[in-house]
Design a protein around this ligand. Sequence first.
Ligand SMILES: [Zn+2]
Length: 221
Amino acid sequence: MSESKLTNNQILALSTKEEKKIAVDKKFPGAVEHVKALLEAIGEDPNREGLKDTPYRVVKSFIELYKGYDESPEDVLSTFFSEESETLTDGMVLCDHITFYSTCEHHMIPFSGVCHIGYLPNDKVVGLSKFIRLVEAFGRRLQIQERLGCNIADAIMDILKPRGAGVVIIAKHLCTSSRGAANHTNHMTTSNMRGEFRTEPETRAEFLKLIELSGTVNLSV
Ligand SMILES: [Zn+2]
């Protein structure tokens, strides 16, 4: 495999700093020079001691901040357990308080928070870790919170084909708190309901109640 094709995890696993630098430069061509130009544009000297490695570090951070572009939701949710429909007919599954970190596409400044996912399986269920990966797959890109919830809900509906799904995201937006609107809230809550979560008020209410209940339980050992 050529270095230009290395995945994010393969780059992070490289043993020497020099190997990493070459791989990062191939993955994000020209980006280090662009960050240097940005430093100059804000009035900095990119050659001063403290900033010498900063352009490279900024670009290296892209490997984790934007690794979602290399993830396919189909791959993430492809390992499901099939169950007889009858055994799943009345069970709602809630995966709550999945913490995530994303980057606002308007300012390239972080927003982060928690994501609650619920669904009513038909005949496919997946492990909790898959939902964590699904949130990462869509979150580790340039995003807006409104679309992040839609992406997650739509992927669950398209791939697992449940009777319904709901996604509630509560996030803090640093682009608001760090840029002159500090006296206003920097929290946003979004909800995306699909299938029976949208059409059945009782299902939606059960989902929201379960989220509330899950927040009151301390499972730490
Ligand atoms: Zn923003």
